[in-house]
Structures are given as C-alpha cells and as structure tokens.
Design a protein around this ligand. Structure first.
Ligand code: ATP
Length: 433
C-alpha cells in the first residue's frame, strides 16, 4: 500500500488534501492523472448501467435536501456509531472496534457508549438556529427516491426501471483510513431499480451478478474479488437481503459495493412523511403498486483503489500499472525519438490527429527508455514513437505496455489500431428479465 500511495503522489494520481497546510485528515485530492482515471471509472459505470440499457435513466440531485428526508429515511435516528471515550487519555474509539472494556492505548477506564450521528450538519441561510439545520447527504440514494414520481412521469417509464446517479456523499466517519478506502467526503455510484413486488428476488440475483461482472470485465483478477451474502442478523432494518462485492485489498477483504433488496421501505416512508403518493399505476391489473427496490450502491473511490491495487505490478526492470485500457488516464503517449530532424514536429502532428478521440500525452524529454518507464508507471497502454524511418515512409512504432512488444504501422492506421485495442468486446451481459 505504501508503494502505491507513493506512486499515486509521484505520478499525479492522488495527493493529500491541503498538504501545504499540513494536510486534512482523510481528505485526498485527485491530480491530473487521477481525475482522468476517476472520470473513466464513472464513465464506464454510466455506459454500462445507463447508456447501454433501455430500462435505466440518470439523475443528478442536489447534495443539500429538505431535512425531513433524513427523518423519513431513518438517518437522523439511526445513522449512528456507538462511541466510547477513555477517561484517562481522552482518546475516542468506536465501541464495535474494541475487544475488552479497558482503553487499548493506556489501559484506562472507558465511558459508556454514546451514539454519534455520522451526518455532517450545517445551516442554511443567515440564521444559525435549530430551524435552519440541514445535512450534507450521507448517500445519494435518497435523492433518487424523492424524485421517483418526477422521473417516472417525465421519462414515461414502466416497471421494471431504474434511476442511476453519481455524486458526492459525506459521512463524519470515526475511523477513516486506508488511503481513499474510507474518507469523510467520497463519491458514490448508486442505482435504485424499481420492480414489481414478487419479482424482486429475481432482480436481486440479476443485479448481484451484473455488478460483480462489471469489475471482472474491467480487469479485476478473479482471485481478488468475491461476493459475500449478509446473514439475516447483519441486515439493515429495511433490507430483505444484501450481498457485498468484496475485494482483497492489501489490508484485507473489504466492501467495494453493496447490492440490497430494500423492499418498498423507502417509497413508503417518503409517502408517509411527505403526504404524496409514490406509486406506479399498473394498467393491466388496474391498481396502484408500491414498487420494490433493488439497490446496487458502489463507491467511486473504493473502486478506483481496487483497480489501482490490482493493476500495480513490480518487475525487475520496471513498475507497471496494468490498468484496463479504458480506465487508463492516457490511452497513448507520443514520443519523438530525438529532438531534431523534424521528429518533434511530426510527433506533434500525430498528437493533434489523435487528440480529438483519445486522451494522449506528448513527451520529448529524456531517453526513450525512461519515457517508456514513466508511461508504464502511469498505466498508459500504448506508446507511439516517431523515428528516422517515419520521415521516409510515414510509419511509427506502437509499443504495448504489458508485453513491451513493438509493431510498425502507418501513421494513417493509428486511429483505427488504437480504436481496436481500446474498444472492449461486448462485455456487459444483455438485459434479461
Ligand atoms: P462500510 O461498512 O465500509 O462503512 P457501508 O456498508 O456503510 O460501508 P454503504 O452505506 O452501503 O456502505 O455505501 C455504499 C458504498 O459507498 C460502499 O460500498 C462504499 O463503496 C462507498 N462508501 C461508503 N462509505 C464510504 C467512505 N466513508 N469512504 C469511501 N467510500 C465509502
């Protein structure tokens, strides 16, 4: 993990937030390469769950929402962790993390557990009083539930259909850590998939499978990922069943994504608290139904950490990030072999040609071997080199990151060659009902 954290900083994937001021606990900034990769993770998710389906639509709801939403959802009352304080050294612990009843730091006496709500509070408007308290959302899901009717009507959806959303969420975690695994500000990719009651078990199995496969198709090694079904005693009060996709991180097996059957709990709660009917009118049966909901809820940052961990590889001569080409920040790097004889100009010309379709990177500094190594560490799947032969026959070399093999091909075929290598085979299973 330390090596990955250092590579992420060195190459501009992830920096500690506010670093020149000493950093801010558990907050991280995504640098030039990190933001590209993160955008790719989100784009791949969106492509597979929204663009390539006809039963899902997107949404981008606001982070600040009516405070009653968090009462209806149960977050005000039960989105809490029990905490204990050490009476001697004053350190605070999550009660669930402790084995005994004495302080693990100094052996001192501990207080009784007290509940601590994980939602960040702030005030809306100029007056700071109880009436103006609002929360930063701790999940994007509730923004979907409260827009259920708007979205269904506007996009004329019929059951089964889903609403997908990507966005920031905030939790005042007691024990953040493990790099970007658990932070207080993070991004989620969530789906609420609305189905007819009675078909929920089938759709739950479908989404568990579909979401697991997404990680595999994007290159996660099968031995590093598995599904873990929650026991009945571990389920949240609203869930009928829940399965986690867990990844073998350097610090152990941990959750990447949860897929839950939330029944009709959320829509019923919001109907009760808002006084608005949240149902689907089934014309065949001539009745209003409250749909059941299957929720696949994933973390952008956690997925990114898993993709990075899985891709990291050390060889005797180099460190290489074997990222899936679709996730790699740059798809190709373009090098003039030397800085003369018209090679830089030709390389710039190729850069301009590819730029509109691919994120590419131009580099002319240092030996070509060093330039290859830099791109290996950045996960760039292909390097294109302009050499003296290019000026004669308009061909370049195309080097593959993983095999390090080089082929020679005409500049005119570059776009097509990259397209073929980057475009996945039709990976995502077609919809089935
Ligand atoms: P955990 O048990 O790890 O706290 P959770 O079960 O509370 O997670 P959910 O509420 O199901 O998580 O949130 C869905 C997803 O959002 C998680 O699978 C994870 O990918 C992501 N996520 C949740 N909390 C955090 C966090 N503090 N930092 C980064 N990602 C998070």
């Amino acid at each position: 993990m330390d090596k990955l954290v250092s590579l992420c900083k060195r190459r501009g994937f992830i920096f500690p937030s506010s670093e020149i001021y000493g950093g801010l606990g558990s907050c991280w900034d995504y640098g030039p390469l990190g933001v590209e990769m993160k955008n790719n993770v989100k784009a791949e998710w969106w492509r597979s769950v929204v663009r390539e389906r006809n039963d899902m639509v997107g949404l981008d709801s606001s982070i600040l929402m009516h405070p009653k939403i968090w009462e209806a959802s149960g977050h005000v009352e039960s989105f809490t962790d029990p905490l204990v304080d050490c009476k001697s050294c004053k350190v605070r612990f999550k009660a669930d993390d402790l084995d005994g009843d004495v302080c693990p730091k100094c052996g001192g006496e501990l207080t009784e557990p007290r509940l601590f709500n994980l939602m960040f509070k702030t005030f809306m408007g100029p007056v700071e009083n109880d009436a103006s308290v609002i929360f930063l959302r701790p999940e994007t899901a509730q923004g979907i539930f409260v827009n259920f009717s708007n979205v269904m009507t506007a996009s004329r959806q019929k059951l089964p259909f889903g609403i997908a959303q990507i966005g920031k969420s905030f939790r005042n975690e007691i024990t953040p850590g493990n790099f970007i695994f658990r932070t207080r500000e993070f991004e989620q990719m969530e789906i609420e998939f609305f189905v007819k009651p009675g078909t929920d078990a089938e759709w739950y199995d479908y989404w568990a499978r579909e979401r697991f496969n997404w990680y595999i198709h994007l290159g996660i090694k099968e031995e590093n990922i598995k599904q873990q079904e929650h026991g009945k005693d571990e389920l949240a009060h609203y869930a009928k069943s829940c399965v986690d996709v867990v990844y073998h991180f350097p610090f152990g097996w941990s959750e990447l994504e949860g897929i839950a059957n939330r029944t009709d709990y959320d829509l019923k709660q919001h109907a009760q608290y808002s006084g608005k009917e949240l149902t689907f009118f089934d014309q065949e049966a001539n009745e209003h139904v409250v749909p059941y909901v299957i929720e696949p809820s994933a973390g952008v940052d956690r997925s990114m950490l898993a993709f990075l961990c899985d891709a990291y590889d050390e060889e005797p001569e180099r460190v290489v990030l074997r990222l899936h080409p679709r996730l790699a920040p740059f798809k190709a790097a373009i090098f003039p072999l030397v800085k003369r004889d018209g090679m830089p100009e030709k390389a710039r010309e190729i850069e301009r040609m590819l730029q509109s379709q691919f994120n590419v990177f131009y580099d002319e500094s240092g030996s070509v071997g060093r330039r290859y190594r830099r791109q290996d560490e950045a996960g760039t799947p292909f390097c294109i080199t302009v050499d003296s032969q290019t000026t004669e026959d308009d061909t370049v070399t195309l080097r593959d990151r993983d095999s390090m093999e080089q082929v020679r091909l005409p500049v005119a075929n570059l776009c097509q060659a990259l397209m073929e290598r980057l475009n996945p085979s039709p990976v995502f299973s077609t919809q089935e009902s």
